[in-house]
Structures are given as C-alpha cells and as structure tokens.
Design a binder for this molecule. Sequence first.
Ligand SMILES: C[S@@+](CC[C@H](N)C(=O)[O-])C[C@H]1O[C@@H](n2cnc3c(N)ncnc32)[C@H](O)[C@@H]1O
Length: 298
Amino acid sequence: MSNSWWEIRILCDPQLEESVFWRLERFGCSGTATEVKSSALIRAYIPQFQAQLLDLAALSLWLAQDAILAEVAPPLTQWKLIDEEDWSSSWKQHWQITEIGDRFLINPAWLTPPENTNRAIIFLDPGVAFGTGAHQTTQLCLESLEMRLLPDHMGELVIADVGCGSGILSIGAVLLGAQKAYAVDTDPLAVQSARSNRHLNRIDPSDLVINKGSVEELMALVPDGVDGIVCNILAEVILDMIPQLTQLAKPTSWMILSGILVGQAQPISAKLEEYGWLVATLWKKDDWCCFNVRRNNR
Ligand SMILES: C[S@@+](CC[C@H](N)C(=O)[O-])C[C@H]1O[C@@H](n2cnc3c(N)ncnc32)[C@H](O)[C@@H]1O
C-alpha cells in the first residue's frame, strides 16, 4: 500500500544545515542534503497524516527565526504532496473515533458510532480538506464552542465559520444548538467537503449555509451581523482579517480565533484591543493557542 507524503524542500545557507536537521527531527522527519551552488538543498519527507498545513507553516516560521538568530538569509521552504494514489485508504486507517472536550465525539463516517454516548456526534469524511479534529487548533476551537454554546446561554445564536475546511466547527455549533451557521472557505474542495459533511450529519442546508468565499461573502449574507465567529486560519491571515471580522460582529458578539502559534499571539492581541475586543481567555495546546474574545463595550 502506498501513502501520501509531504515532501519538504528547504534551500538554505549551509551554516543552517545543522539547525534545519534538528528542526526536521523535532517535526518527525529526517532530511537529506545536497549542495546547490553556495546553498544547501535539504529534502525531507513525512506522512501526510502526521502534518497539517498549519504545522508546515509553523515549521517554515521556526526555520526563518533560526536564520535571523544565526544572522543569515532566511531559508526558502516549500512543500508538496507526493504519491496521492492511495490517500484515502492509507489515511483512513489512522483515524479513529475521538472524544473532544466534554461534549463532542468525532466519528469517521465509515465507522459505527458508540451506542451509549451523551456527546454530540460529528460524522466526518473530510477528504482532502483540513478538519478531522486531530489538530490542536481544531480541538481548541471545539472546546471553546462548548463553553460558548452552553444550553442555558443559547438564545437564538447565529454563527459564522471563516475557513470552514471540513465544516467541523460549524457542524459542531449547529449540533450544540446554534440556530443557524454560515460557513465559508476560499478553497472549493473544502466547500465541497463541508457540504457533504453537512449531509452526513443530516443538517438542513438552510440551517448551515456553506459558500465559497471569505469574510466579504459573510458580510453580504448576514448584513445584520452574527452573534459568534469562529476562525481557525493562520495568524497572518487573521491579523489582516480583524477589521472585517469586527464589521461582521454585533455589539454583543464573541469570537474564537485559532491557527495561531503561541509566539504569534502578541500582535493579534494588540490588534484585537485596537479594534475594541477584550481577550477573555487565551487557551494553549502544545505550540498553538486560541483566543476567546468579546466586544469591549458591554
Ligand atoms: C486550518 S484550516 C481550518 C479548518 C477547520 N475550520 C478546522 O478548524 O479544522 C483553515 C481553512 O481556512 C481556509 N482559508 C485560508 N485562508 C482563508 C481566507 N482568507 N478566507 C476564508 N478561508 C480561508 C483554508 O482553505 C482552510 O480550509
């Protein structure tokens, strides 16, 4: 059986070779180096199921930071998937029924759910989209949603899911009782996957609207604003999005933001405060963190 692998290519100053190998080892793979003119080209491989795009972006950031410390030019880090033939079958073997937080259970679509559970079961077949629940950032968002969507605090909440991937977060929100959710993603494959997961979870398309796009799309769909926003994308993207996310909010809204490395939290926090948000909690899992924020005008 063949697997899908990430091939990671790092073109760097030869002085960085040792620290690059160290980073790769910590990341879960080993590398091989070849000399290219005055640079070193390091190639490394890791099974796809062991690294998400966010992890690769984090690796690239750490490599750039190491170069700054060593006072050499930052490396050029690229990655691509190779050998996708048996992607679905190889990956499915590694994905099991998983409990997240106190209220969720993630059930791969092809496995029979447990009989006695009080948890909200999210059936998923994400295909190539991000969002199996295995990544720390998704878990942090689901656990934050649990806290926000407590049965006695519910009312008629309208939620926006920006960068929905498999749809896991908005499906979770609807299963916990949100009245309506709007989910968007710029990747058409993610939109396709989220729609098929909506169907798997027997959610009516009018209760969970899923479209290709980003915050602009949401502002057009919900001009009166939403009660809660959940957004698990990279820190740089979130930083740029804060002004628009603020426009999408009501005076009583809250946001859950993740995809942020602990070391990237400070500028996000500063920009949130600048736009009138109060950081209620900052939760961490390994290297990742999740902001729970609310409007600072209540
Ligand atoms: C880390 S995944 C999160 C998936 C899922 N929400 C979760 O928590 O597991 C980020 C998703 O955001 C999408 N994305 C990236 N930039 C975006 C943008 N500017 N607007 C909307 N979606 C974006 C990506 O295509 C990807 O599916």
